[in-house]
Design a protein around this ligand. Structure first.
Ligand SMILES: CC(C)(COP(=O)(O)OP(=O)(O)OC[C@H]1O[C@@H](n2cnc3c(N)ncnc32)[C@H](O)[C@@H]1OP(=O)(O)O)[C@@H](O)C(=O)NCCC(=O)NCCS
Length: 187
């Protein structure tokens, strides 16, 4: 029996420098995400590996989340980009990747998740609304970077979505299996 690609197991792990070029290609394949330089992706894969995740299926990088703890506010995980290749969408992968990062020891003190989303990105709003529901936390929206003031008219306003406060990961992520981040997780 031929195995459909969508049915193949997906492995979640922290990125390494070897993932930089694949992450760059994935972001390019996932509009409306902004493309960053490959150098920027390499920094995400190394200096921000503890708060980022990549998902592999059959040896291919099919999804990723990049994030960091906000300097001076280490109780806040900022999610920079979430990218799921078209071939892997609609299977809960984006949501699982966010929970995977939150379950890490590096995020033990995290009580808020922040990200920015444009008003037109319905899939992204649906994802973060689902995350807020799963964490049993409020989601507040405020304009952060505005189209005219900050983007010189060249980019839609980015709205800050702030989720929290939520309980310690061990408490509200009961549905997740315990995650040892030194190990890979297959979902
Ligand atoms: C947005 C994106 C990451 C979602 O990935 P995904 O793995 O398909 O998302 P999930 O399956 O985990 O879905 C999470 C929630 O979002 C909802 N959702 C996902 N895609 C959706 C869409 N296109 N329209 C409406 N809702 C959507 C799901 O129904 C689910 O909500 P639920 O739990 O209430 O059912 C993916 O579509 C993508 O990479 N898009 C292009 C890049 C982008 O816009 N990234 C987000 C900005 S940072």
């Amino acid at each position: 029996m031929k195995l459909n690609m969508r049915d193949m197991p997906v492995t979640l792990r922290s990125p390494t420098a070897q993932d930089g070029a694949s992450l760059h290609r994935l972001i390019r394949a996932c509009p409306p995400l902004d493309e960053n330089s490959l150098y920027c992706n390499l920094l995400q894969c190394t200096q921000f590996a503890a708060t980022s995740v990549v998902a592999e299926r059959a040896g291919e990088l099919v999804a990723a989340v990049t994030g960091h703890l906000v300097p001076g506010r280490e109780d806040t995980l900022f999610i920079w980009q979430v990218a799921v290749h078209e071939s892997a969408r609609g299977q809960g992968l984006a949501h699982r990747m966010l929970k995977h990062i939150l379950a890490r020891p590096d995020c033990a003190a995290v009580r808020f998740v922040e990200t920015t989303v444009t008003a037109s990105n319905r899939a992204s709003w649906a994802l973060f609304e689902a995350l807020a529901r799963g964490l049993d936390a409020a989601l507040e929206r405020t304009a952060l970077f505005e189209q005219t003031t900050h983007f010189a008219g060249e980019h839609e306003t980015e709205i800050l979505a702030r989720i929290g406060p939520f309980a310690a990961p061990g408490q509200q992520l009961r549905a997740m299996p315990p995650t040892d981040q030194s190990m890979e997780t297959t979902v």
